[in-house]
Unconditional design. Sequence first.
Length: 247
Amino acid sequence: MTRDPASADTDVAQLPLDLRLRDASRFAEYHAEANRIARDTVESLGRNAGLSQPQVYLHGPGATGKTHLLQAACHVAHERGDRAAYLPLAELATAPPAAVLDGLERSGLVALDDLAAVVGSPAWDEALFGLLNRLRDAGCRVLLAAPEPPDGMGATLPDLSSRLGWGPVFRLEPPEEEDLRRILVDRARRRGLEMPDAVANYVLRHQRRDVAALLVLLERLDLAALAEQRRLTIPFVRDQLARSAAD
């Protein structure tokens, strides 16, 4: 649950889960120009760069990079020697809230993802309310993410809504076409593939412009290119898209 397995001394670490941060979830890999201020603010929080409010709330539709930014902040906090805890609450919603949240105030950075999976449950709302108070008293940095802003989460405790919005609140926007092109080219490079701009443009014209779908396609292209010893060319990509449509 925490980024550092050696620090597994809280109740969270005893849950039957094996959660790890994605290595690709780094600030350098986040491309969405419209969200630059949010990105820079989250990075400052991860680096403990002296924000006046040590809590940031991100909201917006899927595929806008909320999880990416939360995990990137945990990466940089860990690299500084801080203890960072990332919790995907959608995967933890059936666990007792105390087993998930107790002891987190001993972390330097706490990132709570998928808040919508638990907010609205009286037991979870009470536990989150107590946690946010403890984190603030302990001087912990806090990152929160959900599809809706704090006042749209349907919390059963009005005071929880106010605490969710204690710091800056940012709405993340979907990546533009140029952002998607950079994501494709950069992720291909990480896999050892060269994706020319013409090929990236072809993919964006013929594939659903959703980051998750594009990355699934890139994985398929990677495997096919390795198996066939081919480079990423438009004819090769066109053939793979046709095979995918036929599956």
